[in-house]
Each structure stands twice: as C-alpha cells, then as structure tokens.
Design a protein around this ligand. Structure first.
Ligand code: XIL
Length: 316
C-alpha cells in the first residue's frame, strides 16, 4: 500500500492527514513517517496555533511554534489546516477573565483572528475559526465569548478571518455533532443563519473522537444534511479510543470503526478529507484526557501499524 494520503487521493479525496505537535518533532522515527506525504497529505498543529500559544498577552503575537509546523508542511508538500481562532479552552487568562465590554471583546476577537489568519495568509487550506461553541444539548456554551457578546463573536471572527485571508476555507469545528441529534441540529441552524446573513462560512469540521464500538450509526445521514446546506466538511480530529489494556478483539473492532468513518466520508461528496489526531499512540492526547483509555491511533506506541490502518485503507 503506497500510503493513506495516496489511497485517499486515488479515491477522490483532497487529503488524508494528521495532527502533530512541536515537542514530537525531535523524534526522528516519528518524523520519518510524518514527513511522508504519501502517508499524510495534510497537517494540523495540535497546539501551537491556539490562542495561548499565539497571543499570550494582549496584542503580543508569537508564531514561532506555528511557523515550525508550517515550514515542515511546506517542506513536505503537505497542505495545512489552521487550528484554531476562537475556543474557550487553552485561552489565556487575560481573555477568559478580562471583564471586557461587548465592544472590547469583539475587538479582541477580530484582532486575534485577523492577525493569526493574516500571518498565514495564502498558506492555509482551511481554518477552524470557531471551535466547540456548543454544549451537548445544543445550547451555546456559556464561555466568555457567549457570556459577553451572545453569538455576535461568531460572525465577527468569521468576517475578520475572511478579510485576513480570502483564500482559506473558514470552518466551524465541534464534537458530538457527527451523528444526528440536538447538537447537530443546533450547528445546522447556526450555519443556516450565517448563510442567511451573508457571513462567510465554508465548512464544518467533525472532530470524531470516538470510543471503540461507539461510532454513531447516523454519520452518513447527518453528513448529508450538511452537504444539503451547501457547505463542505471534513473529519478533523479522528481517533478511536479503547479501555486499556488493549485486546485483539478491541483492535479488530477499532479497525471496523476507522473503516466506517472513512466509509461515511466516501459516501458523501462534500467530505473533502480526513485528519487523525496524531497517528501514533506514542503521542496521543487520549490517555491524558481520558484516564484508563488509550490505544486510539492507527500506529501503536512503537510506531507499528495496527489493524486500524488497514481499516482506513479498506474504507477508501
Ligand atoms: C488537544 C491536544 O491534542 C492536547 O495536546 C492538548 O493538551 C489539549 O488539546 N478538541 C480539539 C483539540 O479541538 O484542540 C484538542 O487538542 C482535542 C479536542
């Protein structure tokens, strides 16, 4: 098999990609796989373009970490997804606890998105402009942005991003929106409103952080509803975690789960590509975020391919 991106391209998709993170780039066994653009045609920085990394103090922008990932992708001929402009997490205290007025916070959002997206102008395939804006019941998350501005920060961020880089596709990214349900309906309603109001919105990111055996059965039905709204979409952060220790049975189910996500992307033309949230269990965020869970990626901790790898190939 020539590699996952080659297989995805042959199947008509724009890319198969992976997240990566700056501390991992000293590991040459890791980067040998990362740098192979037959394997990964797209890169997402897992942390180094987030707000805490790029504007730790008001108006003080630093792009060092992000630029390292940008340079790596450019060297390898890999396209980039920017991640992300506005998110309640990994947000510096000066934003989260700033006690800003409506106008002040809108200005801060516009300046952050405009400066960040503008720094990478012409170099990004897409940006996750808005990340995780909803609660699981479909109401808006009561974060600082919503509490101060209502939903006004969303068009403000999107318009600032469009102005800063007219070539980047502007996405809204979230989790638990992959299957049908209240949260997905709420996201679809937001997309409709933005389009009605002439706000730039090009795409929807489905994170797809799943549990083994827990891939929603309504993926295709749900994906088609977004296609019908006239937006493209992508699987942006795929991984499939299991309770540890891993067993052969869990690994076999995981293979099926990866395959069914790829199958769903293949079933809906508006799905442009798939990104896994790093490719090896060695650097997965899962054990840190979900104690007792892990083994979520297609390569194991020793950088050896797991059955999930074949599930991806079969899916395309
Ligand atoms: C995760 C990173 O992988 C971790 O390294 C970090 O500690 C926390 O964030 N949804 C997202 C990503 O949109 O930004 C998150 O990334 C995973 C969940």
């Amino acid at each position: 098999v020539p590699g996952l991106n080659a297989v995805a391209n042959a199947a008509g998709k724009l890319y198969f990609g992976t997240a990566t993170d700056n501390p991992e780039l000293n590991d040459t066994a890791y980067t040998t796989i990362l740098d192979n653009n037959r394997q990964f045609g797209q890169i997402t920085p897992a942390n180094s373009m987030k707000w805490d990394a790029t504007e730790p103090n008001p108006g003080n922008f630093t792009f060092e970490g992000g630029d390292v990932i940008r340079d790596l992708a450019r060297r390898n001929g890999q396209i980039l997804r920017g991640h992300n402009c506005v998110w309640y997490s990994q947000l510096p205290d000066w934003v989260a606890f700033g006690n800003f007025t409506f106008d002040e916070l809108i200005g801060i959002v516009e300046n952050h998105c405009g400066t960040l997206v503008g720094h990478y102008r012409g170099q990004m395939y897409a940006w996750d402009v808005i990340n995780e804006a909803f609660n699981d019941d479909g109401t808006f998350r009561q974060d600082v942005f919503f509490n101060v501005t209502g939903t006004a920060y969303i068009p403000a961020a999107l318009r600032a991003a469009r102005q800063a880089d007219p070539h980047a596709k502007l996405y809204i990214n979230d989790y638990n929106t992959e299957g049908t349900g209240n949260k997905s309906t709420a996201l679809q309603n937001l997309i409709k409103e933005l389009k009605r109001d002439g706000v730039p919105i090009d795409g929807v990111g489905f994170q797809c952080h799943f549990e083994v055996g827990g891939v929603p059965t309504t993926l295709v039905e749900n994906f088609r509803a977004y296609e019908a709204l006239g937006v493209e979409f992508a699987v942006t952060e795929l991984d499939v975690r299991m309770t540890l220790p891993e067993t052969d049975a869990l690994l076999e189910q995981q293979k099926k789960d990866y395959q069914s996500v790829i199958d769903a992307c293949m079933a809906v033309p508006a799905c442009v590509g798939v990104t896994i949230w790093d490719f090896t269990d060695k650097y997965s965020w899962v054990p840190g975020a979900f104690p007792g869970w892990g083994a979520a990626d297609p390569w194991d901790e020793n950088l050896v391919k797991k059955p999930a790898y074949d599930g991806i190939v079969i899916g395309f």
